[in-house]
Design a protein around this ligand. Structure first.
Ligand SMILES: C[S@@+](CC[C@H](N)C(=O)[O-])C[C@H]1O[C@@H](n2cnc3c(N)ncnc32)[C@H](O)[C@@H]1O
Length: 453
């Protein structure tokens, strides 16, 4: 077996993949197969073959990529795109708008967007939007073009959409021709997007669940490349867990009611205090709110607490105290400057969520908890209160999401029964034992209501 080091370096250089840890096993298999095919163990010879033989390169890369995907993965972003963002862009700019799924794997992502657009716009969708999928792995692109799917690809697809857009074929399902002909697929290496004709500029680039396989330097390099492909006011959407890891200063991060995306034109983040004042009650069609613009409930013109000069830890503890005494405006007045200084403080976000909830602003509360979870997925109180907003009907119920929230509380607290939930300055607003007990009970109640049939 040749040394892996030159192959690791070569792969990193050519397509950015960082093959350490568990991923190394894939490289070992791929190099093994390459040695057998070429009949030598000499690294230089093997790399020379890879450099000159495109088909060999494709087969080699295909063994290294992770192509896990399914229809309507992370559906919140797809619905926001189709029902909120694209209608706004159409009104502003007119069509056709261009969308790119960068790292599209076997096509489930661009086809999901296409289905959602057809549902909203009917046949007009095909003239209003051009959709392209690109991937470095030629084998998954062939699969995308064939449009034949089975099993787990459908795990999150609504049955009505499956019936409408697929026909059974042997033991699989064939995507209808109108969708296959509408979405085009191209070979795309994100490290060298200018190498092939990918098209553009794009109004939307979906770059979801791809960057997790890259180190920070590579992510930065890819963002610079993708920035070149964006149309003016174009946006880049990453996967939920990748967003913070892609906030590298190349593009600006924007929050539109809990959906995070990147944009080139939006340069500086606004002053938090000013934004809080300006965004007290945003109507749904308000201009896009920059990242820090998520409003807390309106502040009352009361004098700030005398301890305003204290350290953040003391201020957070005071905010919790105020909250416990139902003095919500006072708690809010303490939290606003703290969030202005540190918009990603888990403690402040959790407390801001509770204030918003008590002030009957459930969507804001939900968004605060969600932001806390972006920074600290282990924040079990945020999971708990999100689930509670749904269970108590303060937001339209979503049983799957609610169950997931309670399950997260139980999982986190069973693994670590005294966990602080990522809170640094305050104790969790409810004791972990109570939270775990309640989460189990509420989750069980829901299962009983659903029945077993
Ligand atoms: C896990 S899939 C994500 C699919 C889809 N975006 C989703 O969210 O479900 C990641 C895809 O990124 C592709 N990829 C990895 N490195 C790439 C590169 N340098 N250029 C283009 N695509 C790449 C892989 O081939 C793989 O199909």
């Amino acid at each position: 077996m040749s040394s892996l080091a030159p192959f690791k370096q070569w792969v990193h250089q050519h397509c950015g993949l960082h093959l350490e840890g568990l991923a190394e096993a894939r490289l070992i298999r791929a190099v093994d197969a390459l040695q057998t095919e070429i009949g030598t163990q000499d690294s230089d010879t093997l790399l020379a073959h890879l450099a000159h033989d495109n088909a060999l390169f494709d087969r080699f890369i295909s063994q290294l990529t992770v192509n896990e995907t399914y229809f309507f993965r992370e559906p919140e972003a797809i619905h926001w795109l189709v029902d909120t963002h694209l209608p706004r862009r159409l009104a502003d700019k007119g069509g056709p708008l261009r969308l790119l799924s960068a790292g599209c794997s076997s096509g489930e992502e661009p086809y999901s967007v296409a289905m959602a657009l057809l549902e909203r716009y009917g046949d007009r969708a095909q003239t209003l939007f051009h959709i392209t999928g690109g991937d470095v792995d030629q084998q998954v692109l062939n699969k995308a073009q064939a449009g034949l799917y089975s099993g787990m690809a459908f795990r999150a697809l609504h049955p009505a959409l499956k019936t409408r857009y697929f026909t059974p074929k042997e033991r699989s399902f064939q995507l209808v021709d109108s969708l296959r002909q509408w979405v085009s697929f191209r070979s795309l290496n994100l490290l060298a997007p200018s190498a092939g004709p990918i098209g553009g500029p794009f109004d939307v680039i979906l770059f979801r669940n791809v960057s997790i396989y890259f180190d920070e330097a590579t992510r930065r390099q890819i963002q610079r490349q993708l920035k070149q492909l964006l149309a003016p006011k174009g946006i880049l959407l990453c996967g939920v867990t990748e967003t913070l890891g892609n906030d590298l200063g190349v593009l600006s991060l924007v929050d539109d009611h809990g959906i995070f995306y990147f944009q080139a034109d939006n340069t500086a983040l606004p002053d938090m205090a000013a934004t809080l004042a300006a965004h007290d009650a945003e109507p749904p069609e308000a201009p896009l709110a920059p990242l820090l613009a998520m409003p807390l409930p309106a502040a009352q013109p009361e004098a700030p607490p005398s301890s305003a000069q204290c350290e953040p830890t003391a201020l957070l503890q005071q905010a919790l105290e105020q909250l416990n005494q139902n003095r919500f405006n006072e708690a809010k007045a303490l939290l606003e400057p703290l969030l202005a200084d540190d918009p990603w403080s888990v403690d402040a976000l959790l407390l801001a969520g509770l204030v918003a909830r008590w002030q009957q602003q459930p969507q804001q509360a939900f968004d605060c908890f969600k932001r806390a979870l972006y920074v600290a997925p282990e924040c079990w109180p945020a999971h708990f209160y999100q689930a509670e907003l749904l269970r108590q009907g303060e937001l339209p119920d979503n049983p799957t999401q609610r169950q997931r929230g309670y399950a997260a509380v139980v999982r986190l607290l069973e693994a670590s029964p005294t966990s602080s939930g990522g809170l640094k300055a305050i104790l969790p607003p409810l004791p972990p034992g109570d939270a775990c007990f309640l989460a189990k009970r509420y989750a069980a109640e829901q299962t009983a209501t659903q029945g077993v049939g």
